[in-house]
Design a protein. Structure first.
Length: 195
């Protein structure tokens, strides 16, 4: 639930009340790791990630070659399931679904092959944008620079603002225990039926 991995120079001293793990390399450079809410650090032998009880259950990285359009098949709740695809949180899923022009409540079984292809393309695009802008709200890159992806949201967290594609006001709705942000025009797919 949130944390940072930062590269540090040898002359810097970590605040041990904040940093959970500090790695010092032979050349003196350091990596500091902390997490905001909860988390664990595990040392895993090289090549043994699949047998790890937590990491072995994660789905593929959305930017990896293993994550293909054939691997997709569900919407918001499925996209937030880390065993399906790792690293997609509520911040990113908003714009993923908007770029794919899919409503978050459309059942996965109703997706057409064209929907799946658009969803796959949108997922990769939004994750690449998140990386490009250094992460979302409260996130920092390895050098400690604050992420600015929030400045580039299309519909996520933009209630009442105009949709960048059609100008319709962005609305919010509840999907399970999370809030979704949608353009009611661009994402008007029929909920519970074919769209």
């Amino acid at each position: 639930m949130g944390g940072e991995v930062r590269l540090r120079l040898s002359a810097e001293e970590p605040d041990l009340t904040r940093e959970r793990v500090v790695f010092r390399f032979v050349d003196g450079d350091q990596v500091w790791i902390h997490f905001r809410w909860f988390g664990d650090v595990h040392l895993v032998p090289r090549g043994d990630l699949a047998s790890h009880p937590q990491l072995g259950r994660l789905g593929p990285d959305p930017l990896s070659a293993e994550f293909t359009s054939e691997a997709l098949g569900a919407l918001k709740r499925y996209l937030l399931d880390q065993s399906f695809v790792a690293g997609i949180g509520n911040v990113y899923v908003q714009d993923i679904l908007w770029h794919a022009r899919l409503h978050p409540l459309v059942p996965a079984r109703d997706l057409s092959p064209a929907d799946v292809t658009r969803l796959h393309r949108a997922l990769r695009h939004v994750v690449e944008e998140g990386v490009r802008w250094g992460g979302g709200p409260g996130e920092r890159d390895v050098w400690g620079n604050e992420g600015s992806y929030a400045d580039h949201f299309q519909v996520g967290y933009c209630t009442g603002k105009p949709c960048p594609a059609c100008g319709t006001a962005i609305e919010e709705l509840r999907v399970g225990s999370t809030t979704s942000y949608i353009c009611p025009r661009c994402q008007a797919g029929a909920v519970g039926g074919k769209h």
